[in-house]
Design a protein around this ligand. Structure first.
Ligand code: ZN
Length: 477
C-alpha cells in the first residue's frame, strides 16, 4: 500500500536541495560534454543522500550513474543538465540582457535542462528516502545524461547497455504545459560520404582527371530520385562539407557530402541509409572515383510506453499542480507581454486542444493550470529527434512535460533562460519530482505494472535495440 502523502513529504523535505541544484546548474550554464560543475553538483547531491556514485561513465567525463538499493525492481530516472550557446540571460528580467560579467554569446539554459536535472534528482532522493523508511525493495538508478542538445549522451549510454536491464525508465522536460508524451519522434542517422578522385587541369588534360565533385553531384541526384520510394514521413537532408575548392579550372580530387537521414522508425532509417550508401557507390563507379562512407551518430525514434504513460498520468493528477502567488502570476504575465502575440495565441490554442477545452479557458491565464488527458498516439511523429528515443528501445520508458515557465514561452529563447531560476520554475520542478517519484513507486508497489509495461515494450521492439550510432563513433568531447 502506497502512502503518497508521505512520499510527497519526503520530496518537500528536500525542496531546498532541488532549488539549489536548479539554480547552481542554471548559473554554471555549461554546454555539451563540458558540464563538469553541473554533473558534479547533481551527483554529489545524490551521494549526500546515500547514493553510490560513478562519474565519467561510457567514455564521457560528464556522464554519471548514482545507484541505491540491491534488491527489487530497477528504476531508471534520467537527468539532463546541458545548456545552449548564446542564450545567456539575466534571471527574472523582461528584456534580452546578458547576466552581469557575461557576454551575450555565453551559454544559457534556454531549454530548461537545469530544472530537468534538479527535478530528477529530487525524485531519486525522495523515492530513496521513502523506500528506506518503509522497507520497500527497489533499486534506484539516477542517470546523469550529458549533451542532450548536441552530442546525444544517452545514445552512448544505451550503446554500452546501461539502460538495458532497467525495468522502467522515467524522465520529464520543463515547458509551458502539463502533459504526458504519447507521441513518437523521428529516428535520425548522419553519414559522411568522402569521394577521392584524380586532380588535373580542367582545360589542358581533363581526360586524366576523375572528379570527386562530379561524384557528389551525381550522388545527390540519385538521392533526390530516391525520395519518391521511401516512407512519406522520412527525410533526407544533405550539405557539402567540402566541394573540392574554388577554382573551376581544376578537376577536384576530393569532395565530401554530409547526410542526415530521418524516418519514423529506426529500422526504416537503417534501410534508407543502406540505399543511400549504394547510391554513393554508384556515383563513385560512374565517375571513376573512390568513396569512403563514414557512418556517424544516430538517434532512435521514441517509443512511448502506454502502460507507464497511463500510470504517469494518474500520478500527475494525484500530485496536482502548484499554487502560484499573485507576484508569480504577474511575472509570468510580464514575460507573456514579450512574446509575439500570434505565437502566444497559437500556444494557447495548442494547449487548449491538448486539454480538450475551449481556448477562452486560457484568457488571463499565464501559467498552465491544467493537466492534459493522456493521449497515447505513437503513430503521430513529432518532427524532431531526441536521445530519449534510444532509452525507449532499451527499457519501457515514459516522460512528461511540466509547466515551469509562462504559457507560450518559446523553446531555446532568452525568455526560457530568464525564467529558469525563478520561484515558479522551482515549484514546477518540485512538482515534477513528485510525479516521477509517484510513477516509480506505483510501478515498484504493483509488479503487474512492470510486467505489462515490459510485455508492451517487447511487442514494440521485436528486433531489440540496434544502436544507430556506429560502434566506432565516439562522443565528440
Ligand atoms: Zn531540451
Amino acid at each position: 500500500m502506497i502512502d503518497k502523502n508521505r512520499l510527497f513529504a519526503r520530496i518537500d523535505d528536500v525542496r531546498d536541495v532541488i532549488a539549489k541544484a536548479n539554480d547552481d546548474v542554471w548559473n554554471y550554464a555549461e554546454v555539451y560534454f563540458k558540464e563538469f560543475q553541473s554533473a558534479d553538483a547533481l551527483a554529489k547531491a545524490a551521494q549526500d543522500f546515500g547514493f553510490e556514485t560513478e562519474m565519467g561513465v561510457c567514455g564521457m567525463p560528464t556522464a554519471f550513474v548514482c545507484k541505491w538499493g540491491n534488491e527489487g525492481p530497477k528504476i531508471g530516472i534520467l537527468a539532463e543538465y546541458d545548456a545552449l550557446d548564446a542564450l545567456n540571460q539575466r534571471s527574472g528580467c523582461f528584456e534580452k540582457q546578458a547576466r552581469e560579467n557575461h557576454a551575450e554569446s555565453d551559454p544559457g539554459h534556454g531549454c530548461g535542462h537545469n530544472s530537468l536535472g534538479a527535478g530528477s534528482l529530487g525524485a531519486a532522493i525522495g523515492l530513496k528516502k521513502y523506500c528506506e523508511e518503509n522497507d520497500v525493495k527497489a533499486q534506484i538508478y539516477f542517470f546523469g545524461c550529458p549533451a542532450e542538445e548536441n552530442g546525444s549522451g544517452k545514445v552512448f549510454m544505451a550503446r554500452d547497455g546501461l539502460f538495458s536491464d532497467m525495468d522502467i525508465c522515467l524522465t520529464w522536460h520543463p515547458g509551458d504545459g502539463n502533459s504526458i508524451t504519447g507521441t513518437s519522434s523521428l529516428a535520425s542517422i548522419s553519414v559522411k560520404y568522402k569521394f577521392y578522385g584524380v586532380a588535373s587541369h580542367a582545360a589542358a588534360v581533363p581526360h586524366l582527371g576523375r572528379s570527386a565533385l562530379d561524384a557528389c553531384e551525381l550522388m545527390n541526384v540519385g538521392a533526390n530520385y530516391l525520395r519518391e520510394h521511401i516512407p512519406s514521413d522520412a527525410r533526407i537532408h544533405y550539405s557539402y562539407l567540402d566541394a573540392g575548392g574554388k577554382a573551376p579550372n581544376v578537376v577536384q580530387d576530393y569532395a565530401c557530402t554530409y547526410y542526415f537521414i530521418r524516418a519514423p522508425k529506426a529500422k526504416q532509417a537503417f534501410e534508407i541509409v543502406d540505399r543511400v550508401d549504394d547510391i554513393a557507390r554508384g556515383a563513385a563507379l560512374m565517375t571513376g572515383t573512390k568513396v569512403e562512407i563514414e557512418h556517424m551518430d544516430g538517434l532512435s525514434d521514441y517509443i512511448p510506453n502506454k502502460v507507464l504513460g497511463q500510470v504517469m498520468y494518474e500520478s500527475f493528477k494525484e500530485v496536482g499542480l502548484p499554487e502560484y502567488t499573485q507576484r508569480e502570476i504577474d511575472m509570468a504575465k510580464s514575460y507573456a507581454d514579450t512574446f509575439d502575440p500570434q505565437a502566444l495565441a497559437a500556444a494557447k490554442a495548442q494547449l487548449a486542444k491538448e486539454n480538450r477545452i475551449d481556448e477562452t479557458a486560457y484568457d488571463g491565464v499565464y501559467i498552465d493550470n491544467t493537466i492534459a488527458p493522456y493521449d497515447h498516439n505513437p503513430e503521430k511523429v513529432m518532427p524532431g529527434s531526441t536521445d530519449v528515443g534510444d532509452v525507449s528501445y532499451c527499457a519501457p520508458t515514459a516522460q512528461f512535460t511540466a509547466a515551469t515557465v509562462a504559457i507560450g514561452t518559446p523553446g531555446h529563447s532568452w525568455q526560457m533562460t530568464g525564467q529558469g531560476a525563478v520561484s515558479y520554475a522551482h515549484k514546477g520542478t518540485v512538482n515534477a519530482a513528485k510525479v516521477l517519484a509517484l510513477t516509480a513507486l506505483k510501478a515498484i508497489d504493483d509488479p503487474s505494472i512492470i510486467e505489462k509495461a515490459k510485455a508492451e515494450h517487447a511487442k514494440n521492439t521485436p528486433d531489440g535495440y540496434i544502436c544507430p550510432t556506429d560502434p566506432a563513433f565516439m562522443p565528440d568531447l
